[in-house]
Design a protein around this ligand. Structure first.
Ligand SMILES: [Zn+2]
Length: 424
């Protein structure tokens, strides 16, 4: 058993729904960890007597749950900041060539290791990750995540209509998916997601088979893209002229349910948003990616009116930072452009417990509640002179907001997985 003493903040519930009661803040708090799990978390004065004999480390900074990145592509990490295109042309020109290299397992191993170390350096402890069409890309990612004891959910990409060199078939897609689920089920903190890339790269037969896989394996997620970019949406509408909208195509094949996570959803009808909410699916809001590819501005307030579950995604390599802090600052700006305001406590909720819930791991991580895995980070408000100046003497609300607007990987003083320090 060990304990950490310092300022602790977590937001287990959505403040937009339950109000300020959602915020758990202890100026001088104690986080007690046993066997990697949170045993207690509360004010030091209330817990210090009971845990007086437990070795306690004093942490200087703000302790918050580790970040949850609910949409990110590890094979695209080296393609970040590729200039000049919107989604469909960007994929052709920059991304598909980079993903083809993952046929080589050694390449996949080296990128997976780099990617996961970068996540930890940026304070991200759980992620829902796109790999490539190659089953080896999943073995590489899962082996690296197992070594680091990270909570990672991913799946081989299904794309039987993909370009030459990045194409599976309905039958190889199914066989590889089944084999990967069997090989990795129950190991470490890993989870599987059936992952059709998006409608343009899968046949109707493959989409139907993805729906069947989801039904046959009640412990897996479904992870894909939805209504991201105007060019993509036009393409889907021309292929399925009788579908009510893009979401309706997924719905026809049994891919819309409580285990489904849809990245983007920038251009959504009220019908589609209400269907997502009714199905209990989650949306990964990816602000930096949506601006970088010129896709559009996600309407969080509108999604809220429908009661949709929201998570935050960096969407590297279309996203421009692996920092969830920075991503929250950009989310704030998009909400401003849509005439709404994103509260910093709510932003933290979406990037921790909210994202964990969307990923189906809300009982395990995200809120530092007793029984949860002790994945947490230490935020440093003095990481830059400007941040230090803005935070000096400021309220918790203003400090948290300043961290989101001015902070990035420099503000992550340390990252802990199950109570063990893994970065800095
Ligand atoms: Zn993506």
């Amino acid at each position: 058993m060990k304990a950490f003493r310092g300022e602790i903040l977590s937001v287990p519930d959505d403040p937009a729904v339950v109000g300020t009661e959602a915020i758990r803040h202890f100026d001088d708090g104690l986080l007690v960890v046993e066997d990697g799990l949170v045993l207690a978390c509360g004010p030091h004065r209330a817990l210090s007597e009971k845990f007086a004999d437990v070795p306690t480390e004093k942490l200087d900074g703000l302790i918050v749950p580790g970040f949850v990145d609910a949409h990110v592509h590890y094979p695209q990490i080296g393609s970040i900041a590729s200039h000049g295109e919107q989604l469909m042309q960007w994929l052709e020109r920059h991304i598909f060539p980079a993903e083809k290299a993952f046929a080589d397992r050694a390449h996949a191993d080296s990128i997976a290791a780099f990617f996961l170390d970068e996540l930890l350096r940026h304070g991200t402890t759980s992620a829902l990750v796109f790999a490539t069409v190659h089953p080896g890309s999943i073995d590489a990612l899962f082996e690296a995540a197992l070594q680091r004891d990270m909570r990672i959910v991913s799946g081989k990409v299904l794309m039987d209509l993909g370009p030459e060199g990045l194409r599976d078939t309905v039958s190889t897609g199914r066989a590889d998916t089944e084999a990967l689920i069997a090989r990795w089920r129950g190991r470490g903190r890993l989870g599987y997601a059936v992952t059709p890339r998006f409608v343009p790269t899968s046949s109707e037969e493959q989409l139907a088979d993805a729906g069947a896989l989801l039904t046959e394996h009640p412990d897996v997620l479904m992870h894909t893209h939805l209504s991201e970019n105007p060019g993509e949406i036009e393409f889907v509408a021309s292929r399925f002229p009788d579908a009510a909208d893009y979401l309706d195509v997924y719905d026809r094949f049994g891919l819309v349910g409580p285990r489904s996570v849809f990245a983007h959803c920038v251009h959504m009808s009220d019908r589609a948003l209400s269907r997502v909410a009714e199905a209990g699916s989650g949306i990964a809001f990816c602000p930096t990616s949506n601006m970088f590819l010129g896709s559009g501005l996600f309407d969080l307030a509108r999604a809220d009116r429908h009661g949709v579950r929201i998570a935050i995604g960096t969407d590297i390599g279309a996203g421009t930072s692996l920092s969830v802090l920075h991503t929250l600052g950009e989310a704030y700006k998009i909400c401003q452009l849509k005439g709404a305001s994103l509260d910093p406590f709510r932003a933290l909720h979406l990037a921790t417990a909210g994202g964990a819930r969307v990923m189906g791991i809300g009982d395990r991580v995200g809120a530092l509640l007793p029984g949860q895995e002790a994945d947490f980070i230490l935020l440093d408000e003095n990481s830059t002179p400007l941040l230090a100046r803005r935070c000096s003497g400021a309220s918790l609300h203003d400090r948290l907001f300043a961290l989101q607007v001015l902070g990035d990987d420099r503000s992550i003083a340390a990252t802990y997985l199950r109570g063990a320090k893994v970065h800095r």
